[in-house]
Design a protein around this ligand. Structure first.
Ligand SMILES: Nc1ncnc2c1ncn2[C@@H]1O[C@H](COP(=O)(O)OP(=O)(O)O)[C@@H](O)[C@H]1O
Ligand SMILES: [Mg+2]
Length: 256
């Protein structure tokens, strides 16, 4: 039976979809059977981020409304054999999807998989509750910015009523140069502010996480390892910025 994990944040643009997609790819590469479900019915983009937008025949709304079986709505990723994408609302963008109906589709598929990641929309209204209602665990994504941390805190409070087995935090878009310069909140500080355990940290690296889906980044390897083992190894985002070479990198980044 799959672990059903919602990836949420409150605030938009912090990296929920990126984290859900790259983590899914990472686990699939390790032989885990993974479903990545797009539960963002407004600004759905999991198909684009994973590069399967031209391979979609059926989406989750087709499965909910009986135009196909749940399994037929899964899009197999061409590069990651164990990764299946459940896309949202290509067929009926305006259709209302109830939490129960989405949950039924996910529960029908879960026994044959190891992980189901549910990519949550931004905000804390209906879309949030619909996504969360399908899960048993949560990953809350934040950045080191105060506004994102505040939203993450609200979300963590809301999640309490769901009595999840496991709620952990991923700090995304961390900047090693700012951390070394003391200009960014550190992972332990963020963990303390949110009174939650960190599952992992990810550096801000444009070009890598904005590009093609891959499983090569060491920070994602660590994150996937933590999720599988229950350990909490944190990727060191400052490594690149310490020592003489690091000083030069910091200087260059500042003058950009
Ligand atoms: N660690 C990162 N480094 C650089 N860019 C990132 C990182 N994580 C996400 N992004 C970029 O930030 C933007 C928002 O990410 P996305 O995953 O769509 O956020 P959300 O799903 O929370 O709205 C995207 O353009 C994505 O490529
Ligand atoms: Mg998103």
């Amino acid at each position: 039976m799959a672990r059903k994990i919602v990836v949420t944040s409150g605030k938009g643009g912090v990296g929920k979809t990126t984290v859900a997609a790259f983590l899914s790819a990472q686990l699939a590469r390790r032989g885990q059977r993974v479903i990545l479900c797009d539960a963002d019915f407004g600004l759905n983009n999991v198909d684009v981020v994973t590069g399967v937008e031209n391979l979609v025949t059926y989406d989750v709304v087709d499965a909910i409304e009986g135009r196909c079986r749940a399994k037929q709505a899964l899009v197999r990723h061409p590069d990651f054999a164990n990764l299946y994408i459940l896309t949202s609302s290509h067929s009926a963008p305006e259709r209302y999807v109830s939490p129960q109906s989405l949950r039924l589709v996910i529960d029908a598929l879960a026994p044959q998989f190891d992980f189901v990641f549910i990519d949550c929309p931004a905000g804390i209204d209906d879309g949030f509750h619909r996504a969360v209602a399908c899960a048993e665990e949560a990953i809350v994504v934040t950045t080191p910015h105060v506004s994102a941390i505040r939203d993450a805190d609200k979300v963590i409070t809301l999640l309490k009523s769901y009595e999840f087995e496991n709620v952990s935090v991923v700090v995304n878009k961390l900047r090693g140069d700012l951390l070394v310069a003391g200009e960014s909140l550190s992972p332990p500080e963020i963990s303390e502010l949110l009174k939650s355990r960190l599952l992992g940290v990810l550096p801000e690296e444009y070009g890598i996480f904005g590009g093609e889906l891959s499983d090569i980044h060491p920070a994602f390897k660590m994150l996937a390892g933590n999720l599988l083992s229950g350990k909490r190894k944190l990727y060191d985002v400052t490594k690149k910025y310490s020592g003489v070479l690091g000083g030069i990198r910091r200087f260059l980044k500042k003058s950009l």
